[in-house]
Write a protein that binds this ligand. Structure first.
Ligand code: ATR
Length: 278
């Protein structure tokens, strides 16, 4: 019997309990996934309480991915590089923090497009927030790529590139420059909050210049089909959806906690229906 959980604020609308129930069902293990809604002023006390429970591990979400670190006994290399933890496991060496954000993204992309990284490709990464950092670091670590990072605030893109050690393979550009150069990218990854429900009708950048067959990914999963992806589809792009990443990240957390290897793929359609409220 496993017990997992999620620490964050707010957590009431989290999809993690549903996803982990599916993963438990698929792997035939029993367990539960609890929600720990922690207000910032109670963080100290609540984290101590959580650590005293019979938990095997827990996820950490906004706004505590950085704040949790001093409360842990160790963190893995990717969490260290990003300065952020989204998964914590109880081990014989204490509570260990991991970050599955970037690898979850990259692996869900590779699962969908197995040949994508077979040759060196040109990538456009839109955004420079927490989500962009994880993806950028994973790209730098695992793929042979040349990356343009475009952000409304270009200095944040420059800082992210410098901090993540990507100077050799990346440069910061404006969103307008990226739009002009869009025909040269093989992969475009949208990591900003623009287009997220309830602002469904917005989009970070027009895609009229992209070439057919470009892989266009949007990490926004509410709605499943963002405006950005709609325009990409009209231009003949191949699409990668935000909920694919979300599911793969949960699979990694589940693997870290249980050493079992569930598959994301069989759950995708069911998850999409759930997100669409069907
Ligand atoms: P997260 O951790 O979810 O990535 P974040 O750190 O707040 O969230 O980052 C949000 C990203 O969305 C940033 O790249 C932000 O651009 P800035 O760095 O210029 O703030 C981008 N973003 C949010 N609202 C935006 C808007 N209206 N137009 C353009 N970019 C926007």
């Amino acid at each position: 019997m496993y017990t997992f959980g999620l620490a964050g604020f707010p957590v009431g609308h989290s999809l993690s309990p549903w996803i982990h129930e599916q993963l438990m069902e698929q792997t035939g293990v029993e367990g539960e996934y609890q929600l720990f809604e922690i207000t910032p002023e109670d963080f100290d006390e609540q984290i101590d309480q959580i650590k005293k429970q019979q938990l095997d591990g827990f996820n950490v979400t906004v706004p505590y991915k950085e704040k949790i670190i001093p409360y842990l006994d160790g963190i893995d290399a990717s969490a260290e590089q990003l300065g952020a933890v989204n998964t914590v496991k109880r081990t014989s060496a204490g509570w260990i923090g991991y970050n599955t954000d970037g690898t979850g993204f990259l692996h869900s992309l590779q699962a969908r497009f197995p040949d994508l990284f077979h040759q060196k490709i040109n990538v456009l990464l839109l955004g420079s927030g927490g989500a962009a950092r994880g993806i950028f670091a994973a790209l730098m670590d695992q793929a042979e790529v040349k990356v343009d990072v475009a952000n409304r605030t270009v200095s944040r893109a420059e800082a992210m590139i410098a901090e993540t050690g990507g100077d050799h393979a990346a440069r910061a550009v404006t969103i307008e420059e990226a739009e002009q150069a869009a025909g040269g990218y093989d992969l475009i990854i949208q990591t900003t909050t623009v287009g997220m429900s309830p602002n469904d009708d917005t989009s970070i950048m027009p895609l009229q210049n992209i070439k057919e067959g470009t892989v266009v990914s949007d990490i926004v999963y509410r709605p499943v089909m963002t405006n950005f992806l709609k325009e990409a589809e009209q231009k003949g792009a191949r699409l990668h959806f935000g909920h694919e990443m979300l599911l793969q990240q949960a699979v990694y957390a589940f693997q870290i906690w249980t050493d079992l290897h569930p598959e994301a793929h069989p759950l995708l359609e069911k998850f999409e229906r759930k997100l669409k409220g069907e």
